[in-house]
Write a protein that binds this ligand. Structure first.
Ligand SMILES: Cc1cc2nc3c(=O)[nH]c(=O)nc-3n(C[C@H](O)[C@H](O)[C@H](O)COP(=O)(O)OP(=O)(O)OC[C@H]3O[C@@H](n4cnc5c(N)ncnc54)[C@H](O)[C@@H]3O)c2cc1C
Length: 408
């Protein structure tokens, strides 16, 4: 695709994290001329597999990442498949176990470091002549015209394009410069993440225990005794865990996980994140679209934030490719609204489901505790319902973009 006269490129994407870089690959492959901006260069992959920013990646995301061409750059030892997920409650003996084999799928998903995905996407981008990656810059001014959008960066660079995509995370500058309100609900919870070594092997099973003040997840890594943990609780409790020495931390973690994997014997550097749910009032304006965390954030209890963002990227790419092929202007509001209607509804639905889970499991009324434990057992004994929930969480059904449906 040749850039129209008077424009510097077809599309500017601001934010080269996993979501913005994925969109750049999908659009680059479709021959759009793309400029990808980021205020930072991609982070180097740690030499040890101990980076605590680790993502659970669904089957739908696997298909999207394969379509981007990035998946083939992942080293085999950096991808950890999980085939089962066990969920249970601290108060009671209710339990639910999902197994990918019960819906004839080889895996439920994969555990992969954020930096491994980001680096692979950037390797792919460096092979795409029509994607120009510029790091160390941030937009300072955004000015719209009828047929174009103008971006001025903090180092004085000017870009005129047909469409600007904000993929610059939850503190999106693009969203702020375009005056789009971000409705935030503070969960009054923080999450602590790190990689731990356990006495007992994880057996490629993802596990989540709901404690009274938040969920504790163990995500299996390639090494049979290593898991990435995400521990959500009240901010004071997380601060206390952050500051505690290793012995105390390992003991507290072993106890909080009910000794499920035996003693915790080692752990990497602990990091904390504030947790909130948020949704932009609008995902689109004329010549502008928001994707990923710049449009919405969710609780990490189901490990879905980046997966929803990848579906945004794949849906927007589909809308833009189809629009271009039918000879229409990719920056028109009617075109972009198709993307907004599609993804906002899906994301909102997921947010409410996750909130429902969160409040149900944090409720300390005895009757609710009894109900949810019985509920877990009842669902566990209903294969049709259980398999439907699992297929949805794996991204195998719902209103999927074509890049998430299959990979050729
Ligand atoms: C504790 C925790 C655990 C999680 N676990 C999972 C999980 O298991 N699975 C899952 O799917 N999701 C998970 N998530 C959510 C996931 O991390 C995010 O949804 C995902 O990283 C969002 O990607 P993004 O590219 O939209 O934003 P980001 O990853 O935040 O990337 C934004 C990019 O924009 C750049 N940028 C920022 N500001 C500017 C600017 N002004 N100018 C230019 N560039 C800019 C940044 O440098 C960065 O490269 C988790 C989140 C938390 C907090």
């Amino acid at each position: 695709m040749t850039v129209l006269k008077g424009y510097d490129c077809d599309i500017v994407i601001c934010g080269g994290g996993v979501i913005g870089a994925s969109l750049a690959c999908l659009l680059g492959d479709a021959n759009f001329n793309v400029v990808l901006l980021d205020r930072e260069p991609p982070k180097k992959i740690e030499s040890k597999a101990d980076d605590s920013r680790i993502l659970a990646v669904t089957v739908a995301s696997e298909r999207i990442l394969k379509t981007t061409g990035a998946w083939s750059y992942f080293a085999e030892e950096k991808i950890s498949p999980f085939r089962e997920m066990h969920v249970w409650d601290e108060n009671g003996d209710g339990k639910i176990c999902f197994e990918s084999a019960s819906i004839c799928e080889p895996v439920m998903g994969y555990i992969i470091e954020y930096n491994v995905i980001a680096n692979a996407l950037h390797k792919r981008i460096s092979c795409l002549e029509n994607v120009n990656y510029i790091s160390g810059v941030s937009p300072k001014l955004i000015k719209k015209e009828i047929d174009a959008i103008n971006i001025e960066t903090d180092n004085g660079r000017k870009l005129k394009t047909k469409l600007l995509v904000g993929a610059d995370g939850s503190n999106s500058v693009v969203r702020k410069l375009c005056n789009i309100n971000f409705q935030k609900h503070d969960y009054e919870q923080s999450a602590l993440t790190c990689v731990v070594t356990s006495e007992i092997e994880h057996g490629e099973i993802a596990r989540q225990r709901f404690l009274s003040d938040g969920p504790l997840a163990f995500l299996p890594m390639k090494s049979p005794n290593k898991s990435a943990i995400v521990w959500s609780a009240k901010p004071q409790r997380i601060q206390q865990l952050l500051k505690s020495n290793k012995t105390v931390f390992h003991d507290e973690l072993t106890a909080a996980f009910g000794n499920k994997l035996g003693l915790i014997t080692e752990s990497s550097e602990r990091k904390i994140f504030q947790l909130s749910r948020a949704q932009a009032d609008h995902y689109v304006q004329p010549r502008l679209a928001l994707i990923g965390d710049s449009a919405h954030t969710v609780h990490p209890l189901a490990g879905l934030g980046a997966n929803l963002g990848l579906l945004d990227a794949a849906s927007l790419a589909e809308v833009l490719i189809d629009t271009f092929n039918s000879g229409r202007d990719i920056g028109r509001l009617q075109v972009l609204r198709r993307y907004e209607r599609w993804r906002k509804g899906e994301n909102l639905q997921m947010m409410y489901v996750l909130d429902g889970f969160k409040y149900l499991f944090e409720n300390q009324f005895q009757s609710v505790q009894w109900l949810r434990n019985s509920g877990l057992d009842v669902i566990n004994d209903m294969p049709i319902v259980k398999n439907a929930i699992m297929a949805r969480a794996m991204g195998l059904n719902g209103s999927l973009p074509r890049f998430a449906k299959s990979y050729n």
